[in-house]
Ligand binder design. Structure first.
Ligand code: MN
Length: 190
């Protein structure tokens, strides 16, 4: 069974429109989502489907297509699979209050063919090929340090989808699901 206790404990589903995860179903290919989350600090939540849940990291500065840039990625609680389709406003006073946008969404492939995604997570080195609308090609999540000092870094692998010149966060700021901006989502769903 998916481990969503922490996710559910933090939320009051009579108040937030986020999914409770009761009906999680997986498709053929594992999915990923990047949600732009305008909470107390604007950040990007990157989630990979692994064994029936979305394993999640909060990336304060968001992903960069430049392979020389390492972005801090802080592990957060597993989310239900339906969360990949969640775009809306979490009410004031609730956990994660603020506007959530589906900034990118797609499927991925495990590039560590010597091990499963779960094993790669425990090994502290996750390498995936993303098939999103904005993020494509190889990406690495690398754990440094251990215990409470463990930190993950998100790094674009150097391939034909790398880009050292622009900033994809500025170039393509809107929803991959609905084309809406954060302001539009906030006005329409808030
Ligand atoms: Mn968040």
């Amino acid at each position: 069974m998916p481990h969503l206790e922490e996710y559910r404990r933090k939320r009051d589903f009579s108040r937030t429109t986020e999914p409770s995860g009761e009906g999680s179903e997986s498709g053929e290919e594992p999915g990923f989502v990047v949600q732009k989350h305008d909470a107390s600090n604007l950040h990007y939540d990157i989630r990979l489907e692994i064994n029936g849940v979305l394993v999640s990291w909060a990336v304060p500065k968001g992903p960069s297509l430049n392979p020389k840039v390492k972005r801090l990625a802080m592990p957060t609680e597993d989310h239900p699979l339906e969360y990949a389709g969640f775009e809306g406003v979490i009410p004031e006073g609730e956990y994660g209050a603020g506007t959530v946008m589906v900034w990118d969404r797609g499927t991925y492939e495990n590039l560590r063919d010597d091990m499963s995604m779960e094993e790669a997570l425990s090994d502290g080195k996750v390498e995936v090929r993303l098939w999103g609308e904005k993020l494509e090609g190889g990406w690495a999540f690398i754990r440094t340090g251990s215990g409470d000092n463990a930190r993950w870094l998100l790094i674009k692998m150097d391939d034909e989808h790398a880009d050292r010149s622009g900033d994809i966060l500025d170039a393509r700021p809107d929803s991959a699901l609905t084309g809406r901006s954060l302001d539009e989502i906030q006005k329409e769903e808030g």
